[in-house]
Design a protein around this ligand. Structure first.
Ligand code: PLP
Length: 381
């Protein structure tokens, strides 16, 4: 089955009870049993729900995995991965990553004895030097948020495999349309399904996809034992969003390519970060690892300050100033004060995340309107 067909059909079939073509919302917290333990496979809705099961079957197929386990948010999914570790274990994580992931590692799990080392995973020597006997997890985000750097998934997972270290790839920015990390050796794929998978900025959800039964069993256990599950209405909306995932991502990529070129040529704009640009340091890796370059573009101003950025942020019409990404509508964001505010400024600057950096999530509108919108906003700079 090809990808577009998977979005619409994989793991799904008309409802056995009624023939409903769309998976119904099973809005129930519990299920009748004929006698204790004799039931139709569903006991209590934290443990199983048919709408959620349908979504999990579909998600597993999108990532070429065997199991998908969904959570109430991307960070709840991440928390489940962290709970696979023991006090004393260490993580190596890419040093340019979503601020909330950084915050969870440093401010939550470190208190329970799990230390994270942030390393530029583009530098394999540095990665090798950081690995020790306590390293149990390598956390990869690629492309990274917001600098759009790439990590070579095959290289890093191969190193991890030799040393018996588990790998998790946050695939939120690429979506399963552009990149399937399980095929490249990863043990776990994480999605903030809130973003491209849902695609309509109306659901917060997380998902993990794995192939190994042993890891899946532990994650299903945590899903039930900790209880951070998504509700059936959200699972329905997610299934509905996924039906157009391939179309939306294709259009976002096309629009983003044009916007990146427009920004490069703009006299007021400084650096433009987009893996599709020929001068992006990992353009060749992007061509090899991803099917297209994604819908996220970041850019900066020469000698820019927060005030410079704010002149643009406050003056767009179609690009809404908001956190999040991956929806049909275009968003504009200021990582230093929004998504990445929880990372200390010195660490932000180390990866190039300045106070004037702007991040765009390019939606599926007509690109000429989006470019005209930016042009108008740049007049103020
Ligand atoms: N990973 C990435 C790359 C993100 O951008 C986000 C949120 O912005 C998350 C994880 C967290 O997901 P959620 O907001 O669904 O908890």
């Amino acid at each position: 089955m090809k990808f577009g067909t998977k979005c619409i059909h994989a793991g799904l079939s008309p409802d056995p009870a009624t023939g409903a073509v769309m998976t119904p919302i099973y809005q129930t917290s519990t299920y009748a049993q004929e006698e204790p333990g004799k039931h139709k496979g569903f006991e209590y809705a934290r443990t199983q729900n048919p709408t959620r099961s349908a979504l999990e079957r579909n998600l597993a197929r999108l990532e070429n995995g065997k199991h998908a386990i969904t959570f109430s948010s991307g960070l709840a999914a991440m928390d489940a991965v962290m709970r696979l570790l023991q006090p004393g274990d260490e993580i190596i994580a890419t040093n340019d990553l979503y601020g909330g992931s950084y915050r969870q590692m440093v401010k939550v799990h470190q208190r329970y004895g799990i230390k994270t080392h942030f390393v530029n995973l583009g530098n394999i020597d540095k990665l090798q030097k950081q690995i020790n006997k306590n390293t149990k997890l390598i956390w990869i985000e690629t492309p990274t948020n917001p600098m759009l750097k790439l990590v070579d998934i095959e290289t890093v997972t191969a190193i991890a495999k030799v040393k018996g270290i588990m790998t998790c790839v946050d695939n939120t920015f690429a979506s399963p349309v552009l990149q399937n990390p399980l095929n490249m050796g990863a043990d776990i794929v994480l999605h903030s399904a809130t973003k491209y998978l849902g695609g309509h900025s109306d659901v917060v959800m997380g998902a993990l996809v794995v192939n190994k039964d042993k890891i899946a069993d532990q994650l299903y256990f945590l899903q039930n034992a900790v209880g951070a599950i998504p509700g059936p209405q959200d699972c329905f909306l997610m299934l509905r969003g996924i039906k157009t995932l391939h179309l939306r991502v294709e259009r976002s990529c096309k629009n983003a390519r044009k916007i990146a070129k427009y920004l490069v040529a703009h006299p007021k704009v400084g650096k433009v970060y987009y893996p599709g640009l020929k001068d992006h340091p990992q353009h060749e890796l992007a061509k090899r690892q991803m099917k297209d370059f994604g819908g996220m573009v970041s850019f900066d101003f020469p000698k820019g300050t927060f005030e410079t950025a704010n002149k643009v942020l406050a003056n767009t019409r179609y690009f809404t100033l908001a956190e999040s990404l991956g929806g049909v509508e275009s968003l504009i964001g200021h990582p230093a004060s929004m998504t990445h505010a929880s990372i200390p400024k010195a660490d932000r600057l180390k990866v190039g995340l300045t106070d004037s950096l702007i991040r765009l999530s390019v939606g599926v509108e007509d690109v000429d309107d989006l470019i005209a919108d930016l042009e108008e906003a740049f007049r103020n700079v």
